[in-house]
Design a binder for this molecule. Structure first.
Ligand SMILES: *[C@@H]1O[C@H](CO)[C@@H](O)[C@H](O)[C@H]1NC(C)=O
Length: 255
């Protein structure tokens, strides 16, 4: 009864956010749906259910993107119980609970090798994150912002595991950056998630050096983080997403 009361209070407290924000809810690989951390539910379930995406606190943005909360979101970056089997070259469909189209910005996905494995790896130090997919502001697409395109696709996004990637355990860090209040310093809203993958195949390519998270997202980056959304939309500012370019070993955006 006490647990139930706590759950209800939490739901009521957080309810206003639910309409605008979102979280990664499921991951679909080769016809199998693997649940992510179910916010507003899983914190109240004992024993902790098997999930394949690391725990997050709620559906809001990372409170401070210069801290270790940016690595795998604010939830402690605790290894999940499950790990999704995939083959190099497979498509991974990332399914959000919903996404509001007012939250425009890029969609970015990175990989980091879990060293020595995902049961211990956090990825919060060193240049371990390699961008494998991105849609930022692409005027050849309709709509041009990655997050709006994701919303149009029913709040889903598909990425390809690089076909030549060496086998091993990896974190897939999939993220939306909402820029609607990014004209204010520290106003950029990052919504990252870390999915645990066990990659098989005969690939021989190890990930190159990438970027550090925290580290790569600079609050004063006027190309990608401290930007006025309307100025990009009006063609006054050329937008460059933070976190560097997509790795040449990755497969281009398939959405
Ligand atoms: C991460 O965010 C949570 C929730 O806001 C906060 O309690 C925690 O102190 C933050 N951790 C860091 C390293 O800033």
């Amino acid at each position: 009864m006490i647990a139930l009361t706590t759950a209800l209070v939490s739901l009521l407290t957080l309810a206003p956010q639910a309409s605008a924000h979102g979280f990664l809810k499921n991951v679909l690989v080769n016809g199998v749906t693997y649940p992510a951390w179910q916010v507003f539910q899983d914190d109240f379930v004992t024993p902790e259910p098997t999930r394949y995406v690391r725990r997050i606190l709620n559906n809001g943005p990372v409170p401070d993107f210069t801290t270790t909360n940016i690595t795998c979101n604010a939830g402690g970056n605790i290894p999940a119980k499950g790990i999704i089997p995939v083959n190099a070259g497979d498509k991974v469909k990332l399914i959000w609970d919903q996404w509001g189209s007012s939250h425009s910005g890029p969609v970015m996905t990175y990989l980091a090798k879990c060293t020595p494995n995902c049961a211990s790896f956090k990825g919060d130090t060193g240049a371990v994150w390699v961008k494998i997919d991105q849609m930022a502001y692409d005027t050849t697409k309709s709509p041009p912002w990655g997050s709006d395109y994701l919303a149009k696709q029913g709040a889903t996004w598909t990425v390809t595991i690089p076909p030549q990637l060496a086998p091993g355990e990896y974190l897939l860090r999939h993220e939306i950056l909402g820029l609607h209040v990014a004209g204010t310093r520290m106003g950029a809203q990052f919504y990252p998630s870390c999915t645990q993958l066990k990659v098989s195949g005969s690939g021989k390519t190890e990930l190159p050096s990438g970027v550090a998270l925290p580290g790569a997202y600079n609050p004063d980056d006027k190309d990608g983080v401290l930007v006025q959304l309307w100025q990009v939309n009006a063609g006054q500012v050329k937008y460059v997403a933070p976190g560097g370019a997509v790795w040449s070993g990755a497969v281009a955006n398939v959405n």
